[in-house]
Design a protein around this ligand. Structure first.
Ligand code: ARG
Length: 391
């Protein structure tokens, strides 16, 4: 059998290469999809080749990831229980690329290193099953019921290089939209995350910084008037917001299976951009649009969390979201300081705001006009009051 494996270079996927060969009798082809990974991808390739793969592919999907996935997430104010979906958003594109390679390589099996407890298995397999139903799916870690300890042991026995910091056994996943750190001591929900787990959110800077973020049709295009491409903009934002310690999230998350998990994230760009975007929407969308869109956004986020990127409802919701975003053009000013990010100003030529209407110092609106509306505003509550006082 010829299997294509989604390969990150980490412990689990490295163990998978060997398992696929020895336990599943497969020839293995590895694919590493770059969605903004921290690692040196040349080293990842060398590691794969060192494990005896038939072939290895590295695919730079950063631009597509930001444009097609991250930007949609921004327009949808994407958040699941407060988590901006960084890992969840990247899985479908990774799976999609792996399927493409599997087809090109004439493989008959497709594989991932996700466990049977987490969410990533759902996300990979949803795409595998809809885009390559003819292929066998192999999930060695889940199928062999391996713990992290088992994996380490297997790696030791099989001369698979083990990361140097294995005594701090965190499971880390990163891409341009965020970094997640789980496992080890962090599995105790009351354990304080040690400073060393954080790489992107350092709190060196002490003086506050104000930046202006420009949006066009719902997506960020420039920081302080400096236009940059999607990937650069997100990277720059990670840099700026991260340097103020913005974007740390420590939460209990309800996984797809129903397991509650303790999660730590660093998502500086995501948290700052999402905050700015939402504030801009509040300036330009009507109250009705905002209320309805909240429900759409939450449905969208739930689909992505559950790995259902390929579900048609996602595209239906995107159509609605895109329609609303036509007017989400303008700027938002953010103040970053000491791990916090605040909006301190916003502006747009599509603003539905009238200073005259809102001002205490203006007579454009005759206050007496409100009287008629007031008379009927609570009419049903008044009637209800009468019925309960009747007997
Ligand atoms: N809980 C997050 C999610 O489901 C993060 C998953 C991280 N994955 C990993 N392989 N370390 O999206």
């Amino acid at each position: 059998m010829k299997a294509v494996l989604s390969y990150s270079g980490g412990l689990d996927t490295s163990v998978c290469v060997k398992l696929l060969k020895e336990k599943y009798n497969c020839d293995v082809i590895t694919v590493t999809v770059d969605v903004g990974l921290e690692d040196d991808l040349k080293e990842v390739e060398e590691k794969a080749r060192g494990l005896g793969v038939l072939n290895h592919h590295t695919i730079d999907a950063r631009e597509e990831f930001v444009k097609e996935y991250v930007f949609r997430a921004i327009k949808a104010n994407a958040s699941y229980e407060g988590y901006p979906l960084s890992t969840a958003l990247a899985r479908p594109i990774i799976a999609m690329k792996v399927v493409e390679i599997a087809k090109k390589e004439g493989a008959n099996a497709i594989s991932h290193g996700a466990t049977g407890k987490g969410n990533d298995q759902f996300r990979f397999e949803a795409v595998f099953r809809s885009k390559a139903p003819e292929m066998k799916i192999i999930a060695p870690i889940r199928e062999l019921n391996l713990t992290r300890k088992d994996s380490i042991e297997y790696a030791r026995k099989n001369n698979i290089p083990i990361p140097v910091d294995i005594d701090r056994p965190y499971s880390i996943d990163d891409n341009l939209w965020g970094r997640s750190i789980e496992g080890g001591d962090l599995e105790d929900p009351d354990f304080t995350p040690p400073e060393e787990i954080f790489l992107w959110t350092k709190t060196k800077k002490t003086s506050p910084e104000v930046i202006s973020l420009d949006f066009e049709k719902g997506v960020p295009i420039a920081i302080d008037g400096d236009r940059s491409g999607p990937v650069d903009l997100v990277m720059k934002m990670n840099e700026i917001a991260g340097s103020h310690g913005v974007g740390r999230i420590d939460m209990i998350e309800d996984r797809i299976l129903g397991i509650k998990a303790r999660e730590n994230y660093e998502c500086p760009a995501a948290m700052a951009i999402l905050m700015a975007h939402k504030h801009l929407e509040h300036l330009v969308l009507t109250r009705n649009e905002l209320r309805f869109k909240e429900a759409v956004d939450s449905r969208w986020s739930e689909l992505i969390y559950r790995g259902l990127w390929t579900e048609p409802l996602r595209e239906d919701l995107d159509a609605f979201i895109d329609r609303t975003q036509k007017r989400v053009t303008g700027h938002v000013r953010l103040r970053l300081h000491n791990m916090s990010c605040n909006v301190i100003g916003r502006g747009s030529r599509h603003a539905l705001y009238s200073k005259d209407a809102a001002s205490f110092d203006d007579k454009t609106i005759d206050q007496r006009d409100a009287e008629g509306m007031l008379r009927y505003h609570s009419i049903q509550a008044g009637m209800y009051e009468k019925t309960i006082n009747r007997d």
